[in-house]
Design a protein around this ligand. Structure first.
Ligand SMILES: Nc1nc2c(ncn2[C@@H]2O[C@H](COP(=O)(O)OP(=O)(O)OP(=O)(O)O)[C@@H](O)[C@H]2O)c(=O)[nH]1
Length: 455
């Protein structure tokens, strides 16, 4: 099995480095999905990655840091240019993307050929600048064209307010493209990463490294090897060697046998969560977060972790109002959505790592109010008894839900305000992006938001 991670732009490359560090250090053995075994025993394992940027500095730094550790990037795994995209999505998408396409795809092909079974791509990029967002969107089109049946998960770094002046233009242009091309879009908000670093980990001025470590640990926790548990009713006869019988507590606390198969990090994740083509936005929550200065590795019970995770699914009225007003939702629908206490989820994947993970009682998430009636088997569980690094119990909730799109409503209303006064549009027009292109992208994102509002 092999997953190829395509890291684009500064944020994408720096986050990618943290992701591989987490995938390497949080488990006891090398994970072949993400690393190639070295040919010679003196060599280091190689990350299955392709590094792309429009300037050389960040990629050089990321490669240097990887080589100083226990794994490294491949010698010929990167492509960089000299100009930068200057936070201009159009320059990345219309000019620099096409000019790097052939070279990048040569590296991608070589990396894919080195997987015995290729599972698909994870792309990592920030949505606010010009390279990750613009070149990243362009390369995704090329990847989809060349590997039409492969799974693609897009990891997207969402800007905090005021990071880049034209960030919401870049965010919306990217979202409109990625929505059609990716099987799932994992939105990771810088504001949330920053807040976890400050409030939970006690880091006064978090660096990108600190923020990336928090996000990468959460993402690695859903990608590392685990077992997937089907419902008792679905447990048929054991059909192949990946299957085994294990026990899991049902809602009435009885131990019941379930079918237990190896959880495939990309395909099971995407087919389990993104069951409907209209709904592809994912949000990730993880608990606990323990400051590195703490010696203790013991964490709370599964029950208390679940309570914390469930808490994050409660609707914040102010965000609902903002998202819905940007869509000009009718008064009655707005009131209806505000009355609902919990967020609607198309599906949830709970990944548990540590002691008794497969026996934890997950009935808190087996709540009908969370899911629309058409969503069949919306709660998935994957678990492993192997702890995640120094965390004796670690729980992650990957959700395809309404809350993941609240920031998109905000982005839409900010971008529409700027667009109304034609602010900065000429920078984009210089590279061939028309007013219509903006309008089409806004409408595409608006449609996605409306679909989530209707859940
Ligand atoms: N979480 C996180 N965010 C980052 C990191 N580096 C940059 N960002 C965020 O990414 C956004 C800017 O995008 P970059 O990735 O720096 O830009 P780029 O894609 O390389 O594009 P250009 O600079 O225009 O060439 C801002 O919101 C930054 O806060 C990082 O390492 N981690």
């Amino acid at each position: 099995m092999g997953v190829v991670v395509v890291q684009v732009g500064q944020g994408g490359n720096q986050f990618g480095l943290s992701l591989f560090e987490a995938l390497f250090s949080l488990t006891t053995s090398l994970v072949p999905d993400f690393f190639r075994e070295p040919r010679r025993s003196a060599d280091l394992p190689r990350a299955r990655a392709v590094l792309v940027d429009t300037e050389p500095k960040v990629v050089a730094g990321v490669k240097r840091r990887s080589a100083a550790g226990f794994w490294t990037y491949g010698l010929h795994s990167s492509f960089t240019q000299e100009s930068g995209s200057g936070n201009n999505w159009a320059k990345g998408f219309c000019k620099l993307g096409p000019s790097c396409q052939d070279s990048v795809m040569d590296i991608v092909r070589r990396e894919v050929e080195m997987c015995d079974i290729f599972s698909g791509f994870i792309t990592s990029q920030s949505l606010a600048g010009g390279t990750g967002a613009g070149v990243g969107s362009y390369l995704l089109e090329v990847l989809k064209d060349e590997y039409p049946s492969c799974h693609i998960l897009s990891h997207c770094i969402w800007p905090a307010e005021g990071e880049v002046i034209v960030q919401y233009y870049n965010v919306l242009l990217s979202l409109a493209h990625l929505q059609d091309l990716s099987d799932g879009l994992l939105l990771m908000k810088n504001e949330a990463l920053m807040s976890t670093c400050k409030k939970v980990l006690g880091i006064q001025r978090p660096s990108f490294d600190d923020m990336n470590e928090v996000g990468a640990r959460a993402l690695a926790s859903v990608l590392l090897p685990a077992y997937h548990h089907s419902r008792p009713t679905l447990a048929g006869p054991m059909q192949n060697s990946r299957k085994a019988v294990c026990k899991i507590k049902s809602t009435d606390s009885q131990l019941q046998p379930v079918s237990c198969t190896r959880f495939r990090p990309l395909s099971d994740l995407l087919t389990g969560l993104c069951v409907h083509p209209k709904y592809r936005m994912l949000g990730l929550r993880a608990t606990p977060q323990i400051p590195t200065s703490f010696d203790s590795v013991l964490s709370d019970s599964w029950k208390s972790h679940f309570k914390q995770l469930k808490q994050t699914l409660y609707i914040e009225p102010s965000k609902t109002i903002e998202s819905e007003s940007s869509l000009r939702t009718s008064r009655s629908k707005l009131e209806h959505n505000l009355q609902r206490k919990v967020d609607r989820c198309v599906a949830n994947l709970l990944v548990l790592r540590g002691k008794d993970a497969s026996e934890a009682d997950i009935s808190l998430f087996d709540d009908k109010a969370l899911y629309p009636s058409w969503s069949k088997d919306p709660l998935k569980l994957a678990s492993s008894s192997i702890p995640l690094g120094r965390y004796d119990k670690f729980a992650s909730l990957l959700s395809n839900c309404h809350s993941a799109i609240a920031p998109a409503g905000h982005a839409l209303s900010r971008a529409q305000t700027m667009y109304a006064s034609k602010a900065y549009i000429h920078h984009y027009a210089k590279y061939g992006l028309s007013l219509d292109d903006f309008g089409t992208s806004f409408a595409a994102v608006q449609d996605v938001l409306s679909d989530y509002m209707d859940l």
